[in-house]
Ligand binder design. Structure first.
Ligand code: S3P
Length: 202
């Protein structure tokens, strides 16, 4: 007997990508569409630590922040939520292993110039404070792109896609992912409410 509720609730997307790529904003829209809570890993860390991201970096350094980030990721991943991660969450091997074990992982990829324009001057992102955002992103991309590639089940090349079009593309992917995982079960279970079937047209 097919447990359709369980099948539906197994679509727990994890969003990855560099700073400024829209993980939180796309995550919000996605969480609404899927009827899941959004957990923004940075917010989760901030609430748990009772400190802002710049305060954590100042007091504990980047490695201290990465410790908190790994701890937070291990706590949240796999829960019935849409999970938006910080851009550096792929840096640790243990985190990558967790992501690989918890599909579907979606990489929101935009040009570095676009991202730099969005984040330049943002005081809440310690890695770019007092630095040229584009140069920093180029350095980060060199290290991180292989990790994003390793973890991602799907890469959304945002290009000129606005939020609605990006959301639509991600939802289409999730529908195909869900079908691949549970195709037989879903087709045997016609008539059941499926959140991925009731997306409003754009
Ligand atoms: C970081 C990205 C930030 C935040 C921290 C470090 C990074 O999150 O986790 O400032 O290493 O790229 P966003 O990607 O949401 O900006």
């Amino acid at each position: 007997m097919v447990d359709s509720v369980k099948i539906q609730s197994e679509v727990y997307p994890v969003l990855i990508g560099l700073m400024g790529c829209g993980k939180t904003s796309i995550g919000k829209l996605l969480s609404k569409e899927l009827g899941l809570k959004l957990v923004d890993l940075d917010h989760y860390i901030v609430e748990k630590a009772g400190k802002t991201i710049p305060e954590i970096f100042a007091e504990l350094g980047e490695e201290g922040f990465r410790d908190l980030e790994s701890e937070a990721l291990a706590e949240v991943i796999g829960q019935p939520v849409v999970l938006s991660t910080g851009g550096g969450a792929v840096m640790r091997a243990e985190n990558r292993a967790l992501m690989e074990a918890h599909a579907p992982v979606i990489w929101l990829k935009s040009s570095l110039e676009f991202l730099a324009n969005r984040i330049q001057g943002d005081k809440n992102r310690p890695l770019i404070v007092g630095r040229d955002a584009l140069t920093t992103l180029q350095q980060l991309a060199e290290i991180r792109y292989p990790y994003y590639t390793q973890c991602a089940d799907y890469i959304l090349h945002r290009g000129k896609l606005n939020k609605a079009a990006s959301l639509k593309a991600v939802l289409e992917y999730l529908r195909s992912w869900q079908y691949e995982q549970h195709g037989d079960a879903l087709s045997a279970d016609k008539g059941t409410y499926n959140p991925l079937d009731v997306i409003e047209p754009f």
